[in-house]
Design a protein. Sequence first.
Length: 119
Amino acid sequence: MLKLYSKTHEWVKIDGKIAEIGISDFAAEELGDVVYVELPEVGAAVNAGDVLLELESVKAASPVYSPVSGTVVEVNSSLEDEPEKLSSEAESVFICKVELSEEPSGLLTEEEYRADLKK
């Protein structure tokens, strides 16, 4: 399974044609305590770079951008009742899964992402 990052602080784990999407630890720290997750609809088409969903934290509302293009095939409905999981377990909790319609591009390895954060 390949894990990549976007410059907008989302991660994606790719396994065949399915991509799990979440937010990075850095994004979680910047947001503070997440109090609400507006999950995308299953069946929704998404394009890389477009807003996938909104998160609300104690600090502000923040968009989450899709790092890949495809169709939403699953959402993590447990986040409706426990949005704080994104604050404490960001790198291990997926928000949704997308069936890829094209190969992802412009994403960073973890090493490249960590180096980019230091700039």
